[in-house]
Design a protein around this ligand. Structure first.
Ligand SMILES: Cc1cc2nc3c(=O)[nH]c(=O)nc-3n(C[C@H](O)[C@H](O)[C@H](O)COP(=O)(O)OP(=O)(O)OC[C@H]3O[C@@H](n4cnc5c(N)ncnc54)[C@H](O)[C@@H]3O)c2cc1C
Length: 226
């Protein structure tokens, strides 16, 4: 399962090699790692959701504490320190999982009618605080695009592909590879980041010199279903 307070998967841990420890000790002295707080202890501190009884009909949405914790922070150093120390001051009030563009439009209309703030959430790999909710006096719904992860259209002649906005790097490449194609976009966050996040942040990758960096539509190249 995806690690809740850092990068990657729980099943994989990479310790600091002895040479690294010696290097640091020689420069800043010996130290011991701070104790991480547990996921359960952070979940216990999540306040009650401010979302009222009204819900957008037919759209998967949860106010479950663990899901809110898992969508509260990105992957910057301040985010990691907040998660590992448990000092998280604000959580989304709910997390929604739309399955189509029309469900996204319904969520937007619901938010507008009820004075809610929405935060689009792709892979949550932002290192700039983009996806962290702020306490601005309105309930916040984080909108996870995880269910919109498919190749929707591919024109073989122009090689323009349309994907669901929540399609991750590996999902993009595996679906294009079935047609003998590649997107050629390999940011270092490739495993977890998504088409929607790449477009919103104009992401660059290791092959950008060859294939170009991500540009928002209508620039030539694969486009993102909103
Ligand atoms: C280890 C690591 C390596 C990284 N390497 C690179 C790199 O090589 N190149 C690079 O450019 N960046 C890199 N990044 C930064 C980050 O991965 C990119 O900014 C990436 O594009 C974010 O994609 P995401 O799907 O995770 O978006 P998120 O972090 O979920 O969101 C980023 C922003 O996009 C918005 N957003 C997401 N989806 C949508 C949508 N469907 N519609 C509208 N807005 C949306 C969010 O609201 C937020 O403002 C790295 C980050 C980490 C942690």
């Amino acid at each position: 399962m995806r690690r809740w307070n850092g990068w990657g998967d729980d099943s994989f841990s990479l310790g600091l090699p002895r040479t690294g420890e010696d290097f640091l000790a020689a420069r800043i002295g010996h130290s011991s790692a701070l104790q991480d707080v547990t996921l359960a202890s952070v979940c216990a501190k999540v306040p009650q959701s401010r979302l009222g009884q009204g819900r957008p009909a037919g759209i998967e949405l949860t106010t479950d504490a663990e899901t809110r914790v898992r969508h509260a922070r990105g992957q910057s150093l301040p985010d990691w320190l907040a998660m590992r120390s448990g000092q998280i001051d604000c959580f989304p009030d709910a997390v929604a999982f739309p399955r189509s563009s029309s469900e996204v439009r319904e969520l937007l209309a619901f938010a507008s009618a009820n004075s809610l703030h929405l935060i689009p959430y792709g892979g949550g790999t932002s290192v700039a605080g983009h996806i962290n909710p702020l306490d601005l006096g309105h309930p916040v719904i984080t909108v996870s695009m995880v269910a919109m992860n498919r190749l929707l259209d591919l024109d073989p002649a122009s090689q323009v592909a349309t994907f669901g906005a929540g399609t991750t790097g590996p999902q993009v490449e595996s679906q294009l590879r079935a047609h003998g194609l590649t997107l050629g976009h390999f940011p270092q966050s490739f495993e977890l980041s998504t088409i929607g996040g790449w477009v919103a942040s104009r992401s660059s990758g290791q092959q950008s010199l060859r294939y170009g960096r991500t540009s928002p539509p209508p620039a030539p190249g694969p486009t993102c279903a909103s």
